[in-house]
Each structure stands twice: as C-alpha cells, then as structure tokens.
Design a protein around this ligand. Sequence first.
Ligand code: BEZ
Length: 211
Amino acid sequence: MAIRLGDTAPDFTAETTAGPINFHEYLGNGWGILFSHPKDFTPVCTTELGEVAKLKSEFDKRNVKVVGLSVDPLDSHKGWVGDIEETQGAALNFPLIADPDRKVSTLYDMIHPNASDNFTVRSVFVIGPDKKVKLTITYPASTGRNFDEILRVIDSLQLTANYSVATPVNWKDGDDVIIVPAVSDDDAKQKFPGGWKTLKPYLRVVKQPNK
Ligand code: BEZ
C-alpha cells in the first residue's frame, strides 16, 4: 500500500554497504531520508550517489541520516562503490541497502510495475524524529533528483517543527516566512516578539526566526 504523509515509516532490517541496520534504530532521534535507485551500474544513479556523498556535511548539520536503496545484491553494490568514487570524486559515506528480495522496496511501494517490474523508481521519503513520513517524492528512472531541493524542504520542515512557521512559494533560506494559521495573534506575540506584517488575517509574514 502506498505510504502517505503522516504515516509511520515502516521499520525493517536490511543488509547495507555499512553492515546490517535496523532502520528506526539507525535513525535514532533525528531526521532521516530513505531514497531508492533503479539499479547498480547505471549512469544517473551513479551521479546521484556521488552528490549525496558530497552533501554529507549538509545532512549532518540538519541532523539527518541518509539511507539509499537499490534492489541489487550487496556484492554488486560493493563493486559499484569504486565507480562512484572514481567518476564523482566522492566515496559513498552512507548506507546503501541491498534489496534483492524486494522486501524494503515492496514495504515502501518503490516498484511501480507499469513503469518497470524489475527495478524501483526514484522514491524519496523524509522522516521526522517522530518516525512519521513528512515528504514523499517520486521521480522517473531517467531523471536525476535535485538534492538541493531536498535540503530546502528539510529546512522548511524543520522551521515548521521548531518555530510554527510555514514557507511561501519559492522560499529560500533567509527569506521571510509565514506564521502558521494554527497560531493565534495572541500566541504569535509570544513567539515573534519582533512583530510581523499582516497582509490578510490569514497571511502573516515574519522574518525567518533562526536568522
Ligand atoms: C540511470 O540511473 O541512469 C537509469 C536507470 C534506469 C533507467 C534509466 C536510467
């Protein structure tokens, strides 16, 4: 069954390039990203894994643990890792799940049979410290994902979790944000002592609180 926002991210154990993991234990009390790749030794996937390795410090800064998945077996992953480092200039520095029996990909509905019976689509799940799914994205095999966008969404999710603000269209880190409708004006006075601009009673714009 499809996983929807607000669902608890299914837990599992799996073999990975970093040894066996229990998913929830591995995430601990922080944030997580689980993302799937169609297949080992494929060009777009190779670029994506190199890019995520280069962004490790950005994920660390945000307390996000990253886990990749490809349905090929562990031996295949181990052979591919060298190619990623050689061609992308970054060594794999996060676990890549081997899922030859499709256990995890089935649990997360990552195989879309009308796209391909044999490999996963490019799924992304962002998971909060409460283990609830906060974001899902599905890309086709032929389109590499934009991991800067995924970091941007994590920044937005963390602002909402920590400061009760939402982010407007095309928001970038440092831009003004919006007080969520659930916060009354009385509560907003406590939360945003520097004030805000009311464009409409439901549209209250405030400086990004953590800047
Ligand atoms: C790739 O990762 O390059 C890829 C995988 C499957 C289909 C098309 C592209």
